[in-house]
Design a protein around this ligand. Structure first.
Ligand SMILES: Cc1ncc(COP(=O)(O)O)c(C=O)c1O
Length: 376
């Protein structure tokens, strides 16, 4: 082995992440097993209160995963057949799957090339008489400019929904995600900034009626056992996951602060490298750096080059949704969303997690520099 792979940098290190919490997590599991309390109940209610307080919202409703959180938020907001819902072409597929699953039609719009978030003017241009809702996505942990989207939604009478799956704790103009719209969806899949030890999600809102509907929808449409007001789903959060999440939530602000620090070290180390575009840091945004995504021509070579140095990288996401087979039916061909397409072609996610060491970040940054130098 050459000196080149002296430092190993995984993409994510959930083993180190959980190690300091293992006693608490194990005790939570033991307690749940001893009480045989596995789905819903006081553990879920306790986490819901804690997460609502964290987001600054009146309600948080635990659900089975982030995709269910989106679908139930959409359904509670009255989205269904005949409606159109606008979102970003560069999001994870779940944002869009959940739109289709309500019977509505997803309408994709291009991104702002600087922030890589849904572009407000592109979203406005996509509004039609059938548009029911706007869904900005806080991609990579970076909050979308929700005051701009609020104005747009109000102007056109639309529901405003956040996909906050990647942005627990991020702030736009000082206010946390989850409370920046009519209703918001979070994912707690294990690799998220707040991840369960399995699957989980939550819907947040200040609206009592929306909250009531989501609570029913997640539990077969019932508010009282076997009294079904609606046709719903089995989309409940497991009690054990709720306990794990409440334990981890206490550390989330610290983890997010560490991610910001790690991102700043990357940005300093990578500044000025020709041909490498770094993530944009908007002055009104406090990102929680779910991912640290650079863009460069030739990323298909940079990824393996870093791999040879022991650095794992990712692609979020390599094929925009309008070019994926299930959405060919939307009729948007290559060239429809040039900023999204260019970003998808050039993007590369570098390792990002709170436990990343200075040495690891410097090793990754040196690798990027070495690759750029090797090409000139
Ligand atoms: C932007 C975005 N939306 C929605 C989801 C769906 O969440 P889940 O995987 O918990 O269903 C994810 C996570 O994978 C995501 O990154």
């Amino acid at each position: 082995m050459t000196q080149k792979s002296a430092v190993k940098v995984p993409f994510l290190d959930l083993v180190s992440h959980h190690r300091p919490l293992l006693d608490e997590l194990t005790a939570a599991f033991r307690e749940a097993a001893e009480k045989a309390a596995f789905v819903g109940g006081p553990a879920v209610e306790s986490f819901e209160r804690a997460f609502a307080t964290f987001c600054g919202t009146k309600h948080a409703i635990g659900v089975a995963n982030g995709t269910d959180a989106l679908r139930l938020a959409y359904l509670a907001a009255g989205i269904g057949p005949g409606d159109e819902v606008i979102t970003a072409a560069n999001t994870f597929i779940a944002t869009v799957e959940a739109i289709s699953q309500t019977g509505a039609t997803p309408v994709l719009a291009d991104i702002d090339p600087k922030t890589r978030l849904l572009d407000a003017s592109a979203a406005e241009a996509a509004i039609s008489p059938r548009t029911k809702a706007l869904v900005p996505v806080h991609l990579y942990g970076q909050p979308a400019p929700m005051d701009t989207f609020r104005t747009l939604a109000d102007k056109h009478g639309l529901v405003l929904i956040e996909d906050a799956a990647q942005a627990h704790g991020a702030r736009w103009k000082g206010q946390r995600t989850g409370g920046l719209s009519d209703i918001a969806a979070f994912s707690f899949s294990p690799g998220k900034n707040l991840g369960s030890c399995g699957e989980g999600g939550a819907v947040t809102t200040d609206d009592d009626e929306l909250a009531r509907k989501v609570r029913m929808l997640r539990d077969h449409g019932q508010a009282k056992k076997y009294h079904h007001e609606l046709e719903g789903y089995n989309a409940r959060l497991h009690a054990i996951q709720a306990r794990f999440l409440e334990i981890k939530l206490r550390h989330l602000d610290d983890w997010n602060a560490t991610r910001r620090d790690r991102a700043a070290r990357y940005s300093n180390a990578l500044a000025g490298i020709e041909g490498v575009r770094l993530p944009f840091n908007h002055s009104d945004a406090e990102s929680v750096w779910h991912l640290y995504v650079i863009e460069t021509e030739g990323r298909d070579e940079l990824g393996p080059f870093l791999g040879d140095r022991g650095v794992a990288t990712g692609l979020h996401y390599p094929i925009p949704l309008h070019l994926q087979p299930p959405y060919a039916r939307l009729g948007k061909e290559e060239g429809a969303f040039p900023h999204t397409e260019r970003s998808a072609r050039d993007l590369l996610s570098l390792p990002m997690f709170p436990e990343l060491t200075d040495e690891q970040i410097d090793w990754v940054a040196d690798g990027v520099k070495e690759w750029v130098d090797s090409r000139s």
